[in-house]
Design a protein around this ligand. Sequence first.
Ligand SMILES: [Zn+2]
Length: 482
Amino acid sequence: MEILQKPNTMKSSPYVSRRASLTLGLLLSATIAAAQTRITPPPNKYTPEQDVELGLKAAAEARQQLPVMRDDEVTSYVEDIGRRLVAGIPAELRRPEFRYSFEVVNVREINAFALPGGPMFVNRGMVEAARNEGEVAGVMAHELSHVILRHGTAQASKATKYEIGQVAGAILGSIIGGGWGQVVSQGTQFGLGTAFMRFGREFEKQADLEGAQIMARAGYDPRDMANMFRTIERQSGSGGPQWMSDHPNPGNRVDYITKEAQTLRIDNPIRDTRAFERVRGHLSQLSPAPTTEQAVRNARNRSGGGGRTTGTTTTGRAPSGRVQPPSNSYRQFNLGNSIRISVPSNWRQLQDNDSVTFAPDGAYGDYNGQSVFTHGVELGVARNEAHDLQEATDELLDSLSRANPRMSRPGGYDRVNVGNRTGLRAVLSNTSEATGQRENVEVVTTQMRDGSLLYTIAVAPSNEYSSYRGVFNRIVNSIELR
Ligand SMILES: [Zn+2]
């Protein structure tokens, strides 16, 4: 469908003849680009083919970890919406090599994510929370825009300078990739943590505006996208925050989407369709969707546990708890070209996809398919866009506490020095899922030169914290950044 600017100027000149208005219409269509916001995809070091390759890998991982619905009625409905939206992609952003797919995940949180090159996953909870088809299409158009603007690999293009050791090539944008209690593990090169889909406000705004334009072309009203965002914010008590933290509100979201909608022509937009009602009726007949956490646990139990397939931390055993005290001598590690850190010489270096953990024997292992450690320090770099240190640290802690619901919230931050940069520190208390014991969690952060967030997460049982405190300080003080 062709998009024409809503002929505002013609309203003020109702007396033009039909012929004159036809000419006027042609002229207006030439100025349309100025009226719509023109979106330029951000710089990207990857090729579109690499987007496809990475996306397919991550999608295969997603299908192993998440309960994808094999239900024709639901799936073909979402596929139909997806196809309609793909047809609305503007010519200059079409990528013939991309391979779009649309699947529904049987979980209750209001969420959706799309991977580079095209695979999209929409949670059942999203379809259930929407009030009409336009709202479902709104979220999907937003996700589709992240794909065609290639935000995933654009994000990955930014911080290759700070790859960590063998972790090089892994996506650093993944927050808390080290598996310290994360529900969905990071099994692929890109990882499947919600973090991979965490974009900054700039990318979010692009996805909103591009999504609005695609919706209009596909016959939907972009204001339904804004309505869905309102619904998500309203329901933030029951699953909304997940979506909100993956897609932070750039501010004035509803306002600028509404404004963009005014520049687009929308005739008889698709809202309530029989198909929507039918699918909703069908879903209400099924047993309620589990939470993502339950679903992932179930999938792991079915496959015999050990969901994490990479890294050396997978032992299949819970930490034994027999832990030697930290040695007084320290050993230095170089992580990539940019980070140096020293840790007690009797601690091992455990690699994961996107972080490194140093821990003594007996202090690390598996719990419910997740790598855990009871004593030690995890170090990683989380990508984020131009946030200040405090905001980036807030986000890190949000993500940490989502995965660790029994963790306390920080009362505030102490200022510390990390590799001659300003850093923040928070000490939290948690009850370990693996051991059931109280533990102290010390999080220290600083910003790297490119704006990404370097973090350490130090853990010790609460009753041993007094003897680990000095160790953690010494480790943080040893950090050198280049
Ligand atoms: Zn987004």
